[in-house]
Design a binder for this molecule. Structure first.
Ligand SMILES: *Cc1c(COP(=O)(O)O)cnc(C)c1O
Ligand code: SF4
Length: 342
């Protein structure tokens, strides 16, 4: 192995990590030496959306800190059980009009989204996915023909986005097959992959994965999902470097979450830490109003103030776009910046 070759571990490793992910409140709190009442834990909220957090991610949490920003993303708390008017089960309209057949969603001009798998490596409590009927949208390896025929029939589609769930939970063979079928459609120029796996289980980024997703005809973009600087450590840096060395453009999307990253310093730290890892901030999403997640919401005014504060401190390329998902809109909808009062 030469000095610039990064060690590549076996595929088996990440799948084992996935299988042994923490799946109970008790186990997670024991690891962090916390009592359920310190964090208003509510295991009952896991009935329809289980707790799931791989050890590689849990190890980045601070032992003994009930407000840990990583813990609060995955721990089911009592607030989830409260009903709030205006918080529904399909806040972004994916169950209805935007779904164009099995496994394919097109909402915006020029890009289509393929739902590769409904599963994720981690269950984020704020996610709209907690109520989405993903089992209706899973294609097995040979079943992409219909969706890809649609893409092939529409010369306006220049970008195919692999999403889910987390598309990198699919096997290398599955992904390799799918990517070559996409690359065979002449008018598709870009492949985009939305995934949290390089952050959650960095060992997912194996040599086999790189072979599967890098296609010489397509420009590839990987959009990771990271909400707090503490989510990034040396193992994540290594995984991201492997992607970057293959010429993949790396972007991040985050969700603005009360108690987790809703302060100027945390947002600045996140952008700077991402950039050190070779990732540019792309979107900062306002929360989708999904039932059970109301306690994560940050008011739009406050969000505008925060992003105005961040843009006064960082270069423009480190300021994410603050957006909201509006059902039926032609793009992600920008949220207003705060008027500069001084
Ligand atoms: C968010 C989203 C995209 C990507 O939008 P960009 O603004 O290009 O990042 C594409 N399709 C769907 C259905 C989406 O929800
Ligand atoms: S889709 Fe993204 S935010 Fe939702 S549970 Fe999966 S990894 Fe978390």
């Amino acid at each position: 192995m030469t000095s610039d070759t990064l060690p590549i571990r076996q595929d088996r490793d990440w799948q084992e990590q996935l299988r042994s992910a923490i799946d109970s409140t008790q186990q997670l709190l024991a690891l962090l030496k916390l009592q359920p009442r310190q964090v208003s834990a509510a295991p009952a909220a896991c009935a329809d959306f289980p707790l799931k957090v791989p050890l590689a991610f849990a190890r980045r949490m601070q032992v003994g800190n009930p407000r840990d920003p990583l813990l609060l993303q995955v721990l089911a708390r009592a607030e989830e059980l409260l009903e709030h008017p205006g918080y529904g089960r399909d806040p972004v309209g994916e169950c209805g009009a935007a779904s164009h057949g099995k496994g394919i969603i097109q909402k915006y001009h020029g890009r289509v989204l393929l739902l590769v798998t409904g599963a994720c490596a981690i269950n984020c409590r704020y996610c709209f996915r907690r109520h989405f009927p993903y089992s209706d949208h899973q294609n097995s390896r040979g079943e992409w023909r219909e969706a890809l025929e649609r893409v092939a029939a529409d010369p306006g589609v220049e970008e195919v986005i692999l999403s889910g769930g987390d598309p990198l939970l699919a096997s290398d063979r599955y992904l390799g097959d799918l990517v070559s079928q996409i690359a065979a459609i002449g008018h598709v120029r870009r492949l985009r992959i939305h995934t949290r796996l390089p952050v959650v289980i960095p060992d997912r980024v194996t040599a086999g994965l790189l072979e599967a997703i890098c296609n010489e005809r397509l420009q590839t973009v990987v959009v990771i999902h990271c909400n707090h600087a503490n989510e990034l450590d040396a193992s994540v840096d290594t995984a991201l470097q492997r992607l970057a060395r293959r010429g993949i453009t790396l972007l991040n999307q985050a969700v603005l979450l009360a108690g987790i990253n809703d302060d100027e310093q945390a947002l600045c730290d996140l952008s700077e830490r991402l950039f050190r890892a070779g990732v540019l901030p792309y979107y900062l999403h306002l929360l989708d109003r999904v039932q059970g997640a109301a306690h994560f919401e940050v008011a739009e005014d406050r969000a505008g103030q925060l992003i105005t504060g961040v843009s006064a401190r960082l270069p423009g390329y480190l300021v994410p776009k603050l957006v909201r998902e509006v059902a039926g809109a032609a793009a992600k909808t920008p949220a207003a910046m705060a008027k500069n009062g001084g």
